[in-house]
Design a binder for this molecule. Structure first.
Ligand code: C2E
Ligand code: MG
Ligand code: MG
Length: 342
């Protein structure tokens, strides 16, 4: 492991290879050669799954974990066809306008036996198997269609944010998928925002720049998700045609308790303003966080304070009757919030 992790110089880049090692022992694990290789393979997958760049000896427990994974993978293959995937919508709030201005579309898997499977459990599998591509296309179309429907109301002008995985984003023809989704659903491109993580933007800069440009020409908005948690290659910010930085929830979470996180957050907002970018804070759960963010000049927010991700029908009700009581003038609104809104 340490020999392989030595950096290798390739053109101007320094690269390093990680590997994962699975070990099965004879005769402890089995006396059958083929079985031995299989068990080493299981241990290798286990090592990979817990982050890679490690080794693991085979144990019987691993089989259960690997089995569960294979089970999820098998079921995921039919999830789309069997209508088990749903999109939930989480409100995005604008402090200056005091209202919901859009939603982030978040994938949910309702399995008849497994129950509600969290994206954290199945997205990595969907990524590895490439299933994320058809699933991602479906989410995009579904979210565009839903938002086009909402925006038929003359008083609404919502923007929907859709997460794009790196595999999906780097797929040739991704911009055509976006173009088609907009065309088929009639959603205005300005009403669509695509969220891409920092790490997937930097995976292949050449392809990234071209795809982002094409998307930009379509008129959609581009956001960097979980900003500040990746490598934060700031030089790229001026090269990439990005519109929005989404401040990661880890910073927002500790905003009122850790001065370092407060400084980082304020700096991101200033950096964005200087580059003519917008910021949106995610994971806002308290009024204190809201006020602090507002004082930094970050006016777009998302988090449990405004509402959890919910089915489209619930979100629609929230448009007329927001779930956050402090907005409805029922006496719960702290005067400071009113001051910010005024
Ligand atoms: P993300 O895009 O950063 O989404 C934000 C996550 O934070 C969501 O988790 C959301 O439910 C959660 N969240 C929102 N507000 C709060 C809050 O106030 N407090 C806390 N503690 N959490 C909050 P979720 O839905 O489990 O999604 C996790 C991740 O899975 C997402 O992170 C995104 O990277 C990925 N994901 C979800 N849906 C999709 C999708 O349709 N396509 C792709 N490619 N990835 C998706
Ligand atoms: Mg997101
Ligand atoms: Mg995020």
């Amino acid at each position: 492991l340490s020999s392989l992790s030595e950096p290798i110089q390739f053109r101007e880049q320094s690269m390093s290879i990680h590997c994962s090692i699975g070990i099965a022992t004879f005769p402890r694990d089995t006396t059958d050669a083929e079985e031995l290789i299989k068990k080493a393979d299981t241990a290798m997958y286990y090592a990979k799954e817990r982050g890679g760049n490690v080794f693991d000896f085979y144990t019987e427990d691993m089989n259960a974990a690997i089995q569960r994974r294979a089970d999820i993978e098998g079921r995921l293959r039919t999830a789309l066809d069997e209508d088990q995937l749903v999109v939930h919508y989480q409100p995005q709030f604008d402090l200056t306008r005091g209202r919901i201005i859009g939603a982030e579309a978040l994938l949910r898997w309702q399995h008849p036996e497994l129950g509600l499977v969290s994206p954290a459990h199945f997205l990595p599998i969907a990524e590895e198997t490439g299933l994320i591509v058809p699933i991602g296309d479906w989410i995009l179309r579904t979210a565009c269609q839903q938002n086009a429907l909402w925006n038929r109301r003359p008083d609404l002008n919502l923007r929907v944010s859709v997460n794009v995985s790196s595999k999906q984003f780097l797929e040739p023809g991704f911009s055509d998928v976006v173009r088609t989704a907009l065309h088929q659903t009639g959603l205005s491109p300005v009403s669509l925002e695509l969220e891409i993580t920092e790490s997937s933007l930097l995976r292949d800069v050449e392809v990234t720049v071209n795809t982002l440009r094409t998307l930009k020409e379509l008129g959609v908005r581009l956001a960097i998700d979980d900003f500040g948690t990746g490598y934060s290659a700031l030089a790229y910010l001026k090269r990439l045609p990005i519109d929005v930085l989404k401040i990661d929830q880890s910073f927002v979470k500790a905003l009122t308790t850790d001065p370092a996180d407060a400084t980082i957050t304020e700096t991101i907002v200033q950096l964005a303003a200087g580059l003519n970018l917008t910021t949106i804070a995610e994971g806002v759960e308290t009024l204190e966080q809201l006020l602090l963010l507002g004082s930094y000049g970050c006016n777009r927010m998302q988090g449990y304070l405004f509402g959890k991700p919910v089915p489209a029908a619930t979100f629609e009700q929230w448009l007329d009757k927001p779930p956050f009581r402090w907005m409805q003038g029922d006496g719960e609104t702290p005067p400071t919030i009113l001051g910010v809104n005024a």
